[in-house]
Design a protein around this ligand. Structure first.
Ligand SMILES: [Zn+2]
Length: 132
């Protein structure tokens, strides 16, 4: 499942982006994923959860913006759907080869970072290893 590697990479990129902002946690990340990137959004969400688990960013939301591929015939213009039952990318009107536009996106669009402004209050939750 290569989504795990992708999720790791997304997390790395996000952590790099907030490196200069002091302590805090990433609350939400928005990524663009193209249809042709061979990524299963559900698997990516699952991988993201696994990757952020037990890190500062545990529970951070991953918002996936899905980008479809547009098929364009040089003569007829955009083609919403290929002829059913064909593996060939051919124009249903003139039979010419279709060009593909977009759908290969894989990038971090933006993220929400919550800086740790408040010093932790006295007593209460001391980070420790309570559970085994
Ligand atoms: Zn055509």
């Amino acid at each position: 499942m290569h989504e795990m590697g992708i999720a790791l990479e997304i997390h790395r990129v996000c952590r790099e982006a907030v490196a200069g902002r002091g302590p805090g946690r990433i609350e939400k990340v928005r990524v663009a994923v193209g249809e042709l990137s061979a990524i299963e959004p559900d698997l990516l969400r699952f991988a993201w959860e696994a990757v952020t688990r037990e890190t500062t960013d545990e529970g951070a939301a991953l918002e996936i913006e899905w980008h479809r591929t547009e098929q364009v015939c040089p003569s007829c213009g955009p083609v919403p759907d290929r002829a059913p039952g064909t593996w060939l990318r051919l124009c249903p009107s003139c039979g010419g080869p279709l060009e593909l536009r977009g759908g290969t996106e894989l990038e971090v669009l933006d993220l929400v970072f919550a800086a740790e402004d408040d010093p932790p209050g006295p007593g209460g939750d001391e980070p420790g290893e309570e559970s085994a």
